[in-house]
Every structure is written in structure tokens, then in C-alpha cells.
Design a binder for this molecule. Structure first.
Ligand code: FES
Length: 174
């Protein structure tokens, strides 16, 4: 799955495997945390896995939380299976970014910063995602969707709701 993290229960063994993959190297802390977050099914790093990483990588828990709270890409709270990040930087703002926020909020039935009750979609604002030439743009997972229109936004939200990865792949621009 490239756009979302399907809901599933992460196990201690899986978290240990992620760290083993990085040879339990504390220098790889960010990569480890990103993989744990991706494997969580809800796009967040649960406290028990932060504690486990602290023990195995021998990094103080306070440092791990410094990382988790400093970088916007991390969350310590459950988020949607699909995290839609709407660019709010100036070039996109000149290309209807505010309307884009309204379109997404209307289509998803939530406000920015919220998650749909079914746990499918979270809406967030973000800074430039490097797709200014096709703004207004959003990121879903690691993928960029630009030249947004009201119709395209409705379709993106529909595909996220349905878990239609093929539909998302066809609309993706990276
Ligand atoms: S300003 Fe929106 S992608 Fe760069």
C-alpha cells in the first residue's frame, strides 16, 4: 500500500524487526520511527513503541519525544488511514489553496486537523511540498496530487474512503 497504512495491529515482533532492519542503530532513529509510524495502521507512533525503541536503541525517551514532536511528519496520536496534507505556502495560496481547504472539508465532512469518525481520513495543513508548479497541491502519504479542482478533490476523498489505491495511483503526479 503506497498511499495509506491499512489498519492493523502492530506487534512487538514487528517493531523489533523494524529496528533490526536498521541494525538497532541509534543514528537511524528517524528512519525507525517513520517505519513504526507507517506500520501502525493509523499514522502515529504509540507510546509503547517509543518506549521499546528507547530501550533497544539506547536513546533516552525524552529525545525520542523531542523528535516526535519537532517534526511535523510525526504524530503521537492516532490519525486517519489516509493523511491528506494541504499545502498552505504562498505559491499555492495564490492558486486557490483556501478554496482547496474548503473543498476537502466539505468532501470529507470534517475540519482541517480532524479525522473522520471511521478513521479513514485526516486533513492537515502543511508547508510547501515541492509541487508549486502544479499548485494548488496536496500530499497523501508520500505522493503528490496537483492542479486540484473541486471535482478532483471530491474524487480523491472518494478514493480514500473506498481505499481505491489504483484510482489514487492514476491521479498521482509523482
Ligand atoms: S507552495 Fe504549495 S507546493 Fe510549493
Amino acid at each position: 500500500m503506497i498511499y495509506s497504512n491499512k489498519m492493523r495491529e502492530l506487534t512487538k515482533e514487528q517493531v523489533l524487526t523494524i529496528m533490526t532492519h536498521y541494525e538497532n542503530d541509534p543514528q537511524q532513529l528517524i528512519a525507525v520511527l517513520l517505519d513504526i509510524q507507517a506500520a501502525s495502521g493509523r499514522n502515529y507512533v504509540e507510546r509503547q513503541w517509543a518506549e521499546l525503541a528507547s530501550t533497544v536503541l539506547n536513546v533516552p525517551l525524552s529525545i525520542i519525544y523531542d523528535v516526535l514532536t519537532f517534526y511535523a511528519m510525526f504524530s503521537t496520536k492516532e490519525r486517519g488511514e489516509y493523511v491528506i496534507e494541504i499545502c498552505r505556502s504562498t505559491p499555492c495560496r495564490f492558486t486557490k489553496a483556501e478554496e482547496v481547504v474548503e473543498w476537502f472539508e466539505a468532501a470529507a465532512g470534517i475540519k482541517t486537523g480532524e479525522t473522520t469518525p471511521d478513521g479513514k481520513i485526516s486533513l492537515l495543513r502543511t508547508s510547501c511540498i515541492g509541487a508549486c508548479d502544479i499548485g494548488p497541491a496536496v500530499k497523501i502519504g508520500d505522493h503528490v496530487f496537483g492542479s486540484l479542482t473541486g471535482e478532483k478533490v471530491k474524487t480523491l476523498v472518494k478514493y480514500c474512503r473506498e481505499g481505491n489505491e489504483e484510482g489514487l495511483r492514476l491521479l498521482c503526479q509523482n
